[in-house]
Design a protein around this ligand. Sequence first.
Ligand code: HH2
Length: 278
Amino acid sequence: MAPLPPRTLQARDRAIPLGPRTLVMGILNVTPDSFSDGGRSARPDDALINARRLVAEGADLLDVGGESTRPGHTPVPAEQEWARLAPVLAALTAEVSVPISVDTYKAEVADKALKAGAHIVNDVWGFAHDPDMARVVAAHDAAAVVMHNRAEVDETLDIVQDMLAFFEIALEKAERAGVKRERIVLDPGIGFGKTFPQNLAAIRRLDELRVLGLPILLGTSRKSLIGKVIETTPAERLPGTIASNVIGIMAGVEIIRVHDVAAHVQAARVAEAIRDAS
Ligand code: HH2
C-alpha cells in the first residue's frame, strides 16, 4: 500500500505534519493499574520525569491517560480520572513542546483536558460511548483519534468490514457535530473487542482502511496478541511490538503509539528508508 501523500493534522493551534515520517506517540499512563506500566507514572512527579524522558527519546506526541482501558479494567469515575490528569496536564502543557493527546472516552474529562491545553482527544470508543464527545472536540477545534472498539467479541465477523462500518458511523457523528475531517485519525483498536486472529488480521489488512482516506494510528505496544504468538510478559514484548509496528509503517500508518520510544524512533527511520527507497 502506498502511504497517503504528506498532509497536516490540525489540532487546535498546532499543525502536525503527517508522513512520510511516522510520528511516534509516547504513552504516559497516569494510572495505578495499566497493564504494562501501571504505577510508573501514577504520581505527578514521576509522570513528569517519564514524560521528559519520552520527549528526550524522540516522542513526537504524548498520549496521557488517567484510566486503564485494558480488557477487564476497573472503570474510574470522571472526577477521579480528572484528579489524576489535572496536575500532570498542567505541568506538561507549560513545559513540553510536543502536542498532547488525552486518552479518555468521557466528554467531561476531554473538555477539561482541552481547557488545560491538550490538543488531541484519543477516544477508545470512537465517539460511540459518550454522545457529547464529538461536540466537545469540535468546540475546541481539537483533533481526535477515533478508535474501533466492540463491547462483545464476535469471532464470526470480518473485522475489517466491521471497522469500516464503525468508522462510517463515527464520521457521520463527527460531521454532524462540526468536527472537520482533517482533524480525524482512525485507529483499528488492536486488542479491543477482537479475537486473536482478528487482531492479527487487523494489522495484516491495514491497507483496507485507506478507502476512508484518513490517517491511521496503530497501537500494539506490549499487547497480549504478542504474548499469544510467543509467551512473554508485557515487559518482554519490545521485539514483537517493533515487528508489528514495522508492518504498520510499511503499510503507511502515520502514527504509532508506543511505550518504548527510543527503540521505535530507530525502527521507524529504518523502515521508512526502506519503504520509500526508489
Ligand atoms: N491502547 C490502549 C489504550 N489506549 N488508544 C488508542 N488510540 N489505541 C490503542 O491501541 C490504545 C489506546 C491500551 O494500552 P495502554 O495504554 O498501554 O494500557 P492501559 O489501557 O491498561 O492503560
